[in-house]
Design a protein around this ligand. Structure first.
Ligand SMILES: [Zn+2]
Length: 437
């Protein structure tokens, strides 16, 4: 991590709370603001006129006049091995896995392939303004080693884990309950807590893990309580029927995970679309997180996430791309599609709520809000600079925004993507152009 001081100047927007609960007092905007970063952390934030005189002599000033400086965006569910099957035609979940994912993931037996894709993936996240993600690797331990090595080299805060699968997958992609446990444990001991890295115990989903493997994952979670758990649940109706047939004794899909000790405040369940009432209650009571993956849910025809229902029940919610089932690395584009999904459910989603979700909301969902998710002194210096006039169409649209922040943010979210990202800072270092910058 660089110890060099730097000033980043622009309009600063950051959340202190959930606007759904706290309204207009949930965010703070500083029109001509500056962030002083040093040693990978935010040292001070305020008006430029107050911060500039405090900078050490010779500290560079990155002037982003007119652009918004926000906390780095956070993606709560994404698959790094799927960067070369994103946008593959014509399948719903189970066929998509068999026809594309399970073919592609076999390439990750080769450590050189793992390293090349991990580098591409992280640089693409940074290009899109995302600085932290919760990431699925493949069944191969070398896929996790490569990912964490690439994240560590970039000083990035990342969470990842080895996929565990011991049935219903190609032989080359299967471990066993015991091997999945042993390999995951070795990876946890090698990587967790190193740099800014966190580990997620990662049974892919109940279709491809036996009860014995889910129990082994639960044992790992008890043994390493600081690890996360990530898996998929209630995405697709054929998938749900398959889980019901495989686990006839369970009350529901979520109950399969609860019985193995896999629900809880550090558990993130991708999708959560077709939930029974008892499952909503189980997620809420266990403080588990449901990850809303709108581009994936639309692309794979899985269904419409019911945010209002989950929020009403007190379920913690995150927003995620789910690349490569998801079709964009951009959290802006993901939020735009999320808005459309909620429209079809007759639910509203103001821009403030969506930007909260991409930043502090997702930091809270991943229990990382003491480190990231807002532009505050003491936090890690992960920042994105968004230019609301980045394209001719955006600039043209902004002519009628009338200085209204809500209008500006909503248009930016609906029309923006990686083109709106002027710069991404990871631990205070500019990274939009890759690790070489
Ligand atoms: Zn997924």
């Amino acid at each position: 991590m660089s110890a060099e001081a730097r000033i980043i100047r622009g309009r600063i927007l950051s959340f202190t709370d959930d606007p759904a609960a706290a309204g207009a007092s949930a965010h703070r905007l500083i029109d001509d603001g500056a962030v002083l970063v040093a040693g990978g952390r935010i040292e001070a934030v305020g008006r430029a006129s107050d911060i500039l005189p405090r900078a050490p002599g010779g500290a560079p000033v990155d002037d982003h006049a007119g652009s918004l400086i926000m906390p780095g965006l956070i993606d709560a569910h994404v698959h790094y091995p799927q960067t070369q099957v994103i946008g593959s035609y014509g399948a719903q979940l189970l066929d998509w896995l068999n026809n594309y994912t399970f073919v592609e993931e076999q390439k990750f037996a080769d450590p050189a392939h793992c390293a090349r894709v991990a580098d591409f993936f992280l640089d693409e996240l940074f290009r899109s303004g995302t600085t932290t993600a919760m990431v699925y690797c493949t069944v191969h331990p070398q896929s996790v080693d490569a990912f964490f090595a690439a994240a560590e080299a970039r000083g990035a805060r990342m969470i990842a884990g080895k996929v565990m699968m011991d049935r219903d997958a190609p032989q080359a992609l299967m471990d066993t309950a015991e091997r999945g446990y042993d390999e995951s444990k070795a990876l946890i001991e090698r990587w967790r807590g190193r740099g800014r890295l966190g580990y997620a115990i990662t049974p892919r989903f109940a279709v491809t893990s036996t009860e014995a493997q889910l129990e082994a994952a639960g044992a790992l979670a008890r043994e390493f309580p600081h690890c996360y758990i990530q898996t998929h649940a209630d995405e697709n109706k054929a998938e749900i029927a398959r889980v019901a047939a495989l686990f006839p004794e369970a009350r529901s899909y979520i109950d399969v995970y609860a019985r193995a000790g896999l629900t809880g405040p550090r558990s993130v369940f991708g999708h959560c679309i077709h939930l029974q009432e008892s499952e909503v209650a189980e997620l809420a009571e266990s403080r588990s997180v449901a990850a809303f993956c709108p581009t994936s849910n639309l692309f794979l025809g899985s269904g419409l996430f019911d945010e209002a229902r989950l929020a009403r029940a007190g379920v913690r919610i995150a927003l995620a791309t789910d690349v490569g089932g998801g079709t964009s690395y951009s959290m802006l584009h993901t939020a735009a599609e999320g808005y459309k999904v909620l429209q079809l459910n007759r639910q509203s989603w103001p821009a403030m709520h969506a930007f909260y979700r991409m930043t502090l909301g997702n930091a809270r969902a991943l229990s990382l809000d003491d480190s990231i998710g807002s532009v505050e002194a003491g936090k890690e210096a992960d920042l994105v600079v968004l230019d609301p006039r980045a394209t001719p169409a955006l600039a043209h649209r902004m002519e009628t925004a009338g200085g209204d922040l809500e209008v500006e943010l909503f248009a930016l979210m609906m029309m923006g993507d990686d083109r709106a990202v002027r710069q991404t800072y990871v631990a205070g270092e500019p990274r939009k152009g890759g690790i070489g910058l």
